[in-house]
Ligand binder design. Structure first.
Ligand code: SAH
Length: 457
């Protein structure tokens, strides 16, 4: 078979107009129908690009000159936007970001889900889309004999020191800088990936946005931390509102941040936060949504879509520390939460007690194993809520839902592609997707969260 020649050549220059934006924020230009992905290009912009890589069916280019900037283009406010890579869309106005995310959800629903007759609402954005993250986890390294704490420069493991991250709560910047300075003053050695030596790997700060409580976690390679007592004392004195100082020990050669051993060095094991009137105890290792303001928006939408009247039995699959379950419990007869991480289920039970909620029960296990088992034993839900990780729901779970026939399914998703795939399976099994509400949980990044409402046909 004759090899089809790409219409572009590496290292050549082309004048293009960007037609689209990929979900990770690259501009898409076409040369004779051949797509080229160019970082930093925005739809409708005219530009000169240099082709830097040609693959089968597509290529990559670099933006050389912008002839005609998009009206949606802005100067990225963050000084280290280009080096960091944590945000992908700061060069696009917030309005523009919300439009792009909406278009992405629409496109994926049609292409992957073959779902066309559904209302996809405009993305619910934040009034002030900055300083929203409640958790910072920053690697620690060494430069010129001092400590640096910040982020890995894109595609490298070089640590860039960071004074401010504009999507972090201001308090987290303060905590990271203060803890770094204290550790430096006591001569703490940063961990060195290459030699697997040194002590301090990461500093983690957690902030309860509603309670203003702060947790500091020192993630170390070894249990020993020279001058531990003095360091802890200094953190307790200097970090505002600190309620909990934790050490997590990770002796492994790994990119995974936390290890298995966690010890309280000072104060409480938890800090508290409040979302929509429900209190949550958050431990160092528990999963907790990073944008509490938008989490409330998301959960309220999930609750609305569940249409509960206090008569229903609800299953909350992938329940984490019980956040959605407790939201639903206020309006349901009974809620059953399922989650694979045992510590999260302990947190969920504690959170139920903390809020005086007695109609929620939690089980540890795979949703795709536990729920089929319940079904065999005769458990019948009126509504099933799922909130799976990025890979979506296991097919066995979807088939059990289809067999169990709850009147309503509410699907909360952090990945539109797997949402679309799973909605197709549910639609083929007798459900109809009525509406989808995208929520911007992670402004300036390429992520978008969705809640979908389904009804049994
Ligand atoms: N609903 C929660 C958590 C959502 S994140 C909240 O909003 O906070 C997804 C959760 O699914 C994580 O807590 C993860 O530990 C859990 N999980 C991953 N695979 C699972 C599986 N197969 N069965 C049950 N839970 C799973």
């Amino acid at each position: 078979m004759a090899k089809i020649e790409a219409p572009v050549k590496k290292n050549e220059y082309y004048d293009v107009v960007f037609e689209d934006l990929t979900h990770d924020g690259a501009g898409v230009a076409k040369v004779d129908g051949f797509p080229i992905f160019v970082a930093n290009g925005l739809p409708e912009e005219r530009a000169k690009i240099k082709v830097i890589k040609v693959k089968k069916g597509y290529g990559y280019g670099r933006l050389v000159e912008l002839y005609q900037p998009s009206p949606d283009r802005i100067d990225a406010p963050c000084a280290v936007y280009k080096q960091c890579g944590g945000c992908q869309l700061q060069h696009l106005s917030y309005e523009g970001q919300l439009k792009a995310k909406h278009k992405h959800v629409q496109e994926v629903m049609t292409r992957i889900g073959k779902i066309t007759n559904v209302t996809i609402h405009p993305v619910l954005g934040m009034k002030d889309p900055w300083r929203y993250r409640n958790k910072a986890q920053v690697p620690v390294g060494e430069r010129d004999g001092g400590l640096v704490a910040g982020f890995y420069q894109q595609r490298t493991h070089d640590i860039i020191d960071m004074q401010a991250c504009l999507i972090q709560q201001e308090m987290n910047d303060v905590v990271v800088q203060t803890v770094k300075n204290i550790c430096e003053a006591y001569g703490v050695e940063p961990y060195d990936e290459a030699t697997h030596r040194g002590t301090l790997r990461h500093i983690m700060a957690r902030y309860g946005a509603a309670t203003k409580e702060v947790m500091v976690v020192l993630i170390t390679r070894t249990k020993e931390l020279p001058h531990k007592k003095k360091i802890v004392q200094a953190i307790a004195e200097q970090v505002p509102n600190v309620k909990s100082i934790i050490q997590n020990i990770n002796p492994k050669r790994t990119n995974v941040i936390m290890g298995d051993e966690t010890n309280v060095l000072w104060g409480a094991e938890y800090i508290y936060d409040d979302i929509g009137g429900i209190q949550f105890a958050i431990s160092a290792r528990s999963f907790y949504q990073v944008n509490p303001e938008q989490t409330r928006v998301l959960y309220e939408k999930a609750l609305e879509y569940a249409q509960l009247t206090r008569e229903e039995t609800v299953i909350d699959a992938y329940c984490g520390i019980g956040t959605i379950s407790l939201f639903l419990a206020k309006k349901a007869k009974k809620v059953y939460g399922v989650e694979i991480v045992p510590e999260a289920i302990e947190d969920a039970k504690r959170n139920a007690k903390l809020n005086g909620i007695t109609n929620a029960e939690f089980a540890v296990g795979e949703a795709e194993t536990v729920i089929p088992h319940w079904y065999e034993q005769g458990v019948q839900a009126d509504c099933v809520v799922v909130d799976p990780p990025r890979k979506g729901c296991d097919e066995a779970l979807l088939q059990t839902i289809i067999a169990m026939k709850p009147k309503r399914v509410v699907y909360v998703s952090c990945n539109p592609a797997t949402l679309a795939r799973d909605l197709r399976i549910l639609e083929d099994g007798g459900y109809q997707t009525l509406e989808i509400q995208p929520v911007d949980m992670f402004p300036h990044t390429n992520h978008v969260e969705c809640v979908a409402k389904l009804t049994l046909k």
